[in-house]
Design a protein around this ligand. Structure first.
Ligand code: IDP
Length: 140
């Protein structure tokens, strides 16, 4: 399996509760290397653009307001099969459905405040990385 990069967000519910380090440890234990990382505060326009694919969903407004409610940590994770591996470590969107040992099972508060985002495909990973990072910031 090829080495891949994926994009991750540690969401406001997790930064607010000081869970950044414990979540990063889960990535590293799974063999994912942090090749870029920064803590930022999204604007509403940026959150709406990032989650544009969900703009017609009933939870869109709530999701964007949540994403700007506290700083977030955006990261690029690298490793073998990184996109699928990260989705596995994250667990299901709804923490009630997430497997034991996953980030969302251990830390998520609800289907909306679910602690992490992770790209779902190579195309979205490339787009999401480029949305937040310049090439100079990616240090493999
Ligand atoms: P994913 O983050 O597991 O890929 P998506 O279906 O792409 O899940 O949804 C994006 C984000 O939108 C979720 O992580 C969650 O924060 C939020 N979300 C999804 N479904 C709901 C819902 O039914 N109510 C509130 N927020 C939701």
């Amino acid at each position: 399996m090829a080495i891949q990069r994926t994009f991750s967000i540690i969401k406001p519910d997790a930064t607010k509760r000081n869970l950044t380090g414990r979540i990063v440890a889960k990535f590293e234990e799974a063999g994912l290397r942090i090749v870029a990382s920064k803590r930022i505060q999204l604007t509403l326009a940026q959150a709406q653009q990032f989650y544009g694919v969900h703009k017609d969903r009933p939870f869109f407004g709530e999701l964007c307001e949540f994403m700007i409610s506290e700083p977030i940590v955006v990261q690029v994770l690298e490793g073998e099969d990184a996109i699928a591996k990260n989705r596995e470590v994250m667990g299901a969107t709804n923490p009630a459905d997430a497997a034991d040992g996953t980030i969302r099972k251990e830390f998520a508060l609800s289907i909306g405040e679910n602690s992490v985002h992770g790209s779902d495909a190579p195309e979205t990973a490339a787009e999401e990385i480029a949305f937040f990072f310049s090439g100079l910031e990616l240090v493999g």
